[in-house]
Design a protein around this ligand. Sequence first.
Ligand SMILES: Nc1ncnc2c1ncn2[C@@H]1O[C@H](COP(=O)(O)OP(=O)(O)OP(=O)(O)O)[C@@H](O)[C@H]1O
Ligand SMILES: [Mg+2]
Length: 268
Amino acid sequence: MASKLEYMGKKLMTKLTTHDDFQGGTLTEITGSQGSGKTSAMLAFLTLNINKYPKEKIFFSNTYDAPIQFNRLSNYHLMVKTDSNVKVYDRKTHKEIHPPITYFTDFKDCYQKAKRGISNVVFFGDRTEWRAFIHYLRSAGEWCSVFVDEFSEIAPAQRSGDEWTAIEKFAVDLKEIRKCWINIFYNSQSKTDIDYRVRSKVMCKILLPGARADKGAICKQPLINQLREDKVSGNNAIIEFNNRFGMVQFSNLYQPDLNKVWEVRVEG
Ligand SMILES: Nc1ncnc2c1ncn2[C@@H]1O[C@H](COP(=O)(O)OP(=O)(O)OP(=O)(O)O)[C@@H](O)[C@H]1O
Ligand SMILES: [Mg+2]
């Protein structure tokens, strides 16, 4: 039984990570309990994308005011919007640091200055700007991928007024990413923190230990509860895609570099 699940896992992973012009882009959700390896799994997909499609542009969205995640990869390209007051700090010394940064003025400038074959880590000064940036990417006309850590900050549940309307528009954009050759991978600890209209556009789910099965999902909770946790060789996960599911393992842990604990803040 396990080998059948593993076989299907491999098959679905290949499908998810192959850029097929007819199949188009995919919206992938990664969930699991705190520390189950959600960000690491996302970095694994990002690395795979770079290795397989080095000519594509890849964007990474990190949170503010918390230890950054993007430097768990040794190679990245930091990009900051001009006049956004975005600053980088060393969390241990509380001092501002100055890693190399490429500044950009608007989405077009950002896209043009983004490098191929590397993770472009972009800070607009406001995380919700990613909604408009993803809308902009619809007209890029080439394959590109976006990796969003802590997605509930971008499409939060239970918003009202203008924010509700903005998220409605974002849900429409997410419906179109397949045809626009955009891949989006996001992670969140709790799927209930994410707006239901956005979640309804999810095409592939990666379920790490502690994840909760959706009502009516093909992979049921008891199987998720049995996922093997292994802090050395990597946790198991379920991949649910195209009405099928299988088992995969994320063996690269992408440990944070504890000598470089940085955070990004918006001043003022
Ligand atoms: N696939 C994995 N299997 C086992 N352990 C892992 C795996 N990936 C990461 N880890 C370990 O778990 C720690 C947390 O990983 P990670 O930050 O990716 O989890 P997370 O789910 O994103 O956490 P958080 O909920 O805090 O955002 C890492 O420092 C690493 O030691
Ligand atoms: Mg994380």
